[in-house]
Ligand binder design. Sequence first.
Ligand SMILES: [Zn+2]
Length: 313
Amino acid sequence: MRSIIQKLALTALLVQLTTSAFAQKKVCITVDDLPVVGYGMNTAEDWRSVTQKLIDNFKEKGIPAIGYVNESKLYKSESLMPDRLALLELWLSQGYDLGNHTYDHIDYHKSTFEAFSASIVSGEKLTRPLMEKYQKELKYFRHPFLRAGNTQESSEALEAFLKDEGYTASFVTLDSDDYLFALAYARAFRKGEKDLMKKIGQTYVSHTEDKLKFYEKLTEKVFGRQIAQTYLCHANMLNADYMDELADMFKRNGYEFVSQSEVLKEEAYREPVTKFGNWGMSWLYRWALSRDKGTEVFKEDVDVPAFIRELAK
Ligand SMILES: [Zn+2]
């Protein structure tokens, strides 16, 4: 009798070990500030090339990415730029999803609730009908600057508004400050400094890997397990050029790519936030603070290399 129980226990243990050994970690790649962050390179061709390269990489690496749109960037001197709107259509026609990132990238902590909610509503004017053309529904929202309310009241007011408008918020868990690398990269490009561009690109990928390892540790601390993660990056030349290497890095670390809807099935995203401040950081930090997990682990977070900060000044 005893040996049967032992055998059963052993089998259960083996099943558990096998499952965990083969269980894939999941990450959703989210791209903000669509159509493109140009850093002074704003011709129709510049923007098209960044968009096309991003999409080619998503296809090649099997990444079901989502892009978050600021519709104000579709205009120049109040005129709608059809070539910019066409870039959103490129995302949709190639099978990728879009979400609302407010009309003009307004900072919730520096604006009234009225102004912020109005910017959400005007942020869907062109995107929603365009998505309907492709049988898609605009339903995801990304907070600009990752600011979701610096008090319980302001946070709850926004949450209720989003719910009423049919939006689900996309919470970022992995943030590598890609915008600093992207600015440095764009400056190097304009100066024709190819070696420096390569150095910046490779540092971006290795820095993101270091951040990933830190965030996995933080995840373990908060939830006692790994969760499906959400990576924030931006629609710029750096990500267009390095999305393939970034994708290989995630794969090397045991990740498979999932869509926005898939990642939100993760139970952890229902974790309440009960601590508020004037911050715009990964939700893993907010959940850690809300669960009173201690701040010791925060010290292991990885800084952006000094030479990148210098180049991005
Ligand atoms: Zn943004």
